[in-house]
Design a protein around this ligand. Structure first.
Ligand code: SF4
Length: 536
């Protein structure tokens, strides 16, 4: 028997009705309060097939646990690039052509296995195809867990949501988007990138095509050489810059590139078909805005928010959920629930500021704050910076302090082990891959830190053209000013960062908000001025 939490009981009928009438539910509920179970129950009550979308594979296991409690059958759609035994690191799902594979029809029953067991089995699968074995289960289960791209990328979606017998039909589908605040960065999912390496490899492929066919490809070669020279000379200015002028192929040359890439792909034996000529073709075949991102060319289609909205037409009903659900201009019925998990003690450092132009001058002051917090802390401390640059700036003044940072040499697991034994200052960057969704807890679900410092305000860096563009687009669809959007994005990052300290009713953490500008966010964070102590 499942015992529901108070909010789950109270809001269930309201949510169910919303899905029946409005078809879209916007569920803004504190992380850790039980959204997964709640939405799976909704799907069950509606007799729908559930497609549960998460950001990464590491979140699959949490969905499995809740589905199991409810007696729902589940399967996982790992990307071909993660479970195909032939795939190498730089392979995309589109590069794998199963028709030529001997394992194509070798299906093994993988039902009932945990995601980690499936990954383990896939590593050296030699008598079955892990991808197609999982794919074969989608019509037989109640819940399918997949990463976002399996729904938002039309090419991948067509393989699971379609009209044919072995597919899920749109009208039987309830799609659940977990951590839906990530949709803000959806523009990057549709982006295409090329760099020097792409062009050099494309030239090598062109050599092979020329020596195997009688085609004159000198125009393609001339273009690739010009593009290569251009890429040699563009500068990595950090982040993304607008790039109005760059070499573009004529329509005819583009067509020749396409044909050459097909010839090259035909020459490859076996199922893995990677072609850099195809990458060049895909890049120039995408219409949109082009940037210089860290010395590479990147193109983003003009209307990615529209592309995401269109995807939702492929499901009868949808739930977008998050602890910090932003306004994306999507219509739907919104439910807000704030559950207080644990207890925070807030401190405000009003005399520092992390605005880019003050950063250098303030770096030393930030280091002093961190040292002081560390000295007074009963356990490890977590320090979150708004950017890598600022982290390294402050680090210069942290000598003498035992610090830990995740890197190629030290993994998250190793950091956790060290935190159990000693007392460290763990340096992190807000929203960075290695800190998003990552927990710092022991086996008993207790925090391995007592204090958390937000060393700066994570205000979006509008000098980065990609971020500026994102804010402009969001401002357009939500009809809010760009400043309001920027403030909302800042608030999401702050809440996500602080939120990880509070997943359990017994959590108690001291939180230091270190930037004079945090004052503007107190009320949105639900903190009254009386509750907050001045630090320093
Ligand atoms: Fe890989 Fe072959 Fe399976 Fe395709 S059919 S995913 S190539 S193992």
């Amino acid at each position: 028997e499942i015992t529901l939490r108070e909010w789950q009981k109270q809001k269930f009928d309201e949510a169910l009705n919303a899905l029946k009438t409005k078809k879209t539910l916007l569920l803004n509920v504190t992380t850790g309060a039980g959204k997964t179970l709640f939405t799976l129950l909704l799907g069950k009550a509606l007799h729908k097939k559930i497609l549960f979308l998460t950001r990464t594979h590491s979140e699959f296991e949490a969905v499995r646990r809740e589905a199991e409690r409810l007696g729902l059958k589940i399967t996982y759609l790992f990307g071909k690039n993660s479970v195909c035994p032939y795939a190498t690191d730089d392979i995309k799902p589109e590069d794998i052509e199963c028709r030529e594979c001997v394992l194509r029809d070798k299906i093994k029953d993988l039902s009932g296995l945990k995601p980690s067991q499936i990954l383990q089995l896939s590593k050296d699968a030699s008598d079955f195809c892990p991808y197609h074995s999982l794919r074969a289960l989608i019509t037989k289960v109640d819940v399918i867990v997949a990463s976002y791209m399996y729904f938002f990328n039309p090419f991948l979606r067509r393989k699971i949501v379609c009209g044919s017998q072995d597919c899920i039909k749109p009208d039987e589908l309830l799609v659940i988007v977990d951590e839906a605040h990530n949709l803000i960065n959806g523009d990057e999912w549709f982006s295409k990138k090329i760099g020097k390496k792409t062009v050099n490899n494309a030239l090598k492929e062109l050599d092979e095509v020329e020596s195997n066919t009688n085609n004159d490809l000198s125009d393609v070669r001339a273009f690739l050489v010009e593009l290569g020279k251009f890429l040699e000379n563009i500068v990595d200015e950090g982040g993304c810059r607008e790039l109005p002028l760059y070499p573009k192929p004529s329509a005819e040359v583009l067509l020749q590139i396409h044909k050459a890439s097909l010839s090259y792909l035909n020459m490859i034996k076996g199922p893995i078909k990677r072609s850099y000529l195809r990458s060049v073709y895909d890049f120039f075949n995408t219409e949109g805005d082009t940037f210089n991102c860290n010395g590479k060319l990147m193109v983003i289609p003009s209307d990615t928010i529209e592309m995401i909205k269109e995807s939702f037409n492929f499901a009868d009903k949808r739930v977008l959920m998050s602890g910090t659900l932003p306004d994306l201009g999507l219509e739907g019925y919104r439910i807000n629930v704030e559950v207080r998990l644990g207890k925070a003690e807030y401190y405000y450092c009003s005399y520092v500021n992390s605005r880019v132009r003050y950063r250098r001058a303030n770096a030393e002051k930030y280091a002093e704050i961190i040292k002081k917090v560390y000295d007074g802390a009963s356990s490890n401390i977590l320090v979150f910076f708004p950017s890598y640059d600022f982290k390294s700036e402050v680090k210069k003044y942290l000598n003498g302090l035992p610090v830990l940072e995740e890197s190629k040499r030290i993994t998250h697991e190793e950091i956790l082990e060290l935190m159990k034994e000693g007392k460290y200052a763990v340096l992190l960057v807000m929203r960075a891959k290695e800190s998003e969704g990552v927990e710092f807890r022991d086996e008993g679900n207790r925090n391995l830190f007592s204090d958390m410092v937000l060393a700066g305000l994570p205000y979006p860096d509008v000098s980065d053209a990609l971020i500026k563009r994102r804010i402009e687009k969001l401002s357009k669809v939500t009809k809010k000013t760009e400043e309001e959007v920027a403030k909302e994005l800042t608030l999401i990052t702050i809440k996500q960062t602080i939120g990880r300290a509070f997943r359990d009713p017994n959590d108690f953490v001291k939180v230091y908000l270190c930037d004079s500008r945090y004052k503007e966010y107190f009320s949105d964070l639900g903190i009254s001025e009386k509750e907050i102590k001045l630090f320093g």
